[in-house]
Design a protein around this ligand. Structure first.
Ligand code: ZN
Length: 447
């Protein structure tokens, strides 16, 4: 199975140190759903993994949505009469409301108030605010700083551009040996927020980098794009492939202190859901599996009824379930190496299981086939013959085309990697075929 070296918690934690370094490079960048902050992010990610970039022009229809104008920002500040910058984008990318239109004005505090956002309950945090689909502008600041503002006047500058351009998303494709596909989607649109965005980006990048060294059965698509409009753009450009999509994961919020959590797909018993239920407790004993709800991240799009894909979400908190959510308190201190390492290992083990999983079909289903005359006893080699023999019998018995190896592991209690080896031996002896998962397969339903 894949990712043998990621089975060690120590190895995963070592990689988490590298992931934190990448996150700290990405942290200061002023990202949004479009613009050069996203491209700069992909420049840095591109040092880890090969990325294909896609530029989708503003105005492109994607289902019921439209790709918005591209937003770029050079500078933004509020300065007092002595030209001291009281609020300054250069100090923190959260200080400006994302997608703010250009402004250059002199205003009193009273005129400015409706454009200011702060958190009275957390006066030391800068909030994160966006205005993607309504033209407006604003600043976000610490409430304690807001209370200190005098009556003004202030120089107010937002040096932004909002005009036709492109939406940028990036994809790293790891080609597999079968005609089936898997997707890992993580959003790339948040500015200086660590858990909400960067944790998903760096875990996905580490997975892709490790997977490029492996031989996979599925063709894996690691997609980095903005929330909602990005996954919709990817879906609209890949719709003809979706019939061959076997599984998928949305990654996000993987650094905070909540227990590792898998959110089921809309189907609730898809292959991804069944595999997560089997694998996650093996990696993290306190792992939770929660039911689907139509609120969250991009699983909302993959699991909309017109697609209804077997895509779940690996996360820790629910999106607003950690206290630092969408504020400057969501900083790099939340990305603790042990948790990031555990998240990486859980995602890797889950994907390894999903990649090896397949639907065995017994080619000699009337009675038990004679294993001895096919040399399957001698193929046992150095391992405990009893377990391997039992695995052969389980695969043959359950191999009616309706169950996957993961289902057989759940029912038999045998390890998935043992069942994988048994199935491979039966395939080599032509007692089992996996017609959905053979290289020639291009179209098949997902059991
Ligand atoms: Zn968010």
């Amino acid at each position: 199975m894949l990712f043998e070296n990621l089975r060690s918690a120590q190895r995963a934690e070592d990689l988490a140190v590298e992931m934190r370094t990448l996150a700290s490079e990405l942290y200061p960048i002023c990202r949004s759903i479009t613009g050069n902050g996203v491209r700069h992010t992909f420049d840095l990610l591109g040092r880890w993994i090969p990325l294909q970039r896609h530029e989708v022009p503003s105005g492109t229809r994607v289902f019921d949505w439209e790709v918005p104008d591209e937003w770029n920002i050079a500078d933004a500040y509020i300065a007092d009469a002595e030209q001291r910058r009281i609020v300054d984008l250069r100090r923190h990318s959260l200080h400006v409301v994302s997608y703010s239109i250009p402004v250059r004005a002199t205003m009193t505090l009273a005129q400015l108030q409706s454009h200011l956002h702060s958190l009275p309950d957390h006066p030391d945090r800068i909030p994160y605010r966006t205005s993607y689909y309504e033209r407006s502008w604003g600043f976000c600041l610490r409430h304690e700083d807001r209370l200190r503002l005098g009556p003004g006047p202030y120089e107010v500058v937002i040096d932004s551009k909002l005009e036709p351009g492109n939406l940028t998303y990036a994809e790293c494709i790891v080609p597999g040996t079968t005609g089936r596909h898997g997707i890992v989607y993580t959003h790339s649109c948040h500015p200086s927020l660590a858990n909400d965005n960067l944790s998903g980006l760096v875990v996905a990048a580490a997975l892709a980098r490790a997977m490029l060294q492996e031989r996979t059965r599925l063709t894996w698509h690691f997609v980095f794009g903005p929330g909602t409009i990005g996954s919709l753009a990817w879906l609209s450009r890949n719709e003809s492939m979706l019939v061959r999509l076997r599984t998928g994961l949305v990654l996000g919020l993987l650094g905070d202190s909540a227990a590792l959590t898998y959110k089921r797909s809309r189907r609730s018993d898809s292959v991804t859901d069944r595999t997560a239920e089997l694998i996650l407790p093996q990696v993290a004993p306190d792992a939770r599996v929660v039911n689907f709800e139509p609120y969250g991240y991009d699983e909302r799009q993959f699991c909309s009824p017109g697609f209804d894909l077997p895509v779940g979400r690996l996360t820790r908190s629910a999106q607003s379930g950690f206290p630092e959510y969408h504020s400057s308190a969501d900083d790099l201190t939340l990305l603790e190496s042990g948790r990031l390492g555990e998240s990486l290992r859980a995602a890797a083990m889950l994907m390894a299981a999903l990649d090896v999983d397949r639907v065995p079909v017994n080619q000699s289903p009337k009675g038990e086939p004679r294993l001895g005359k096919r040399g399957l006893y001698s193929a046992v080699g150095g391992q405990a013959p009893k377990d391997f023999e039992r695995a052969l019998l389980w695969v043959l018995n359950q191999g009616d085309g309706s169950r996957t190896l993961v289902d057989i592991a759940r029912r038999s209690g045998l390890p998935l990697d043992l069942l994988d080896r048994a199935a491979a031996a039966l395939e080599a002896a032509e007692l089992v075929r996996c017609p959905h998962d053979e290289p020639s397969a291009t179209r098949s339903a997902t059991p």
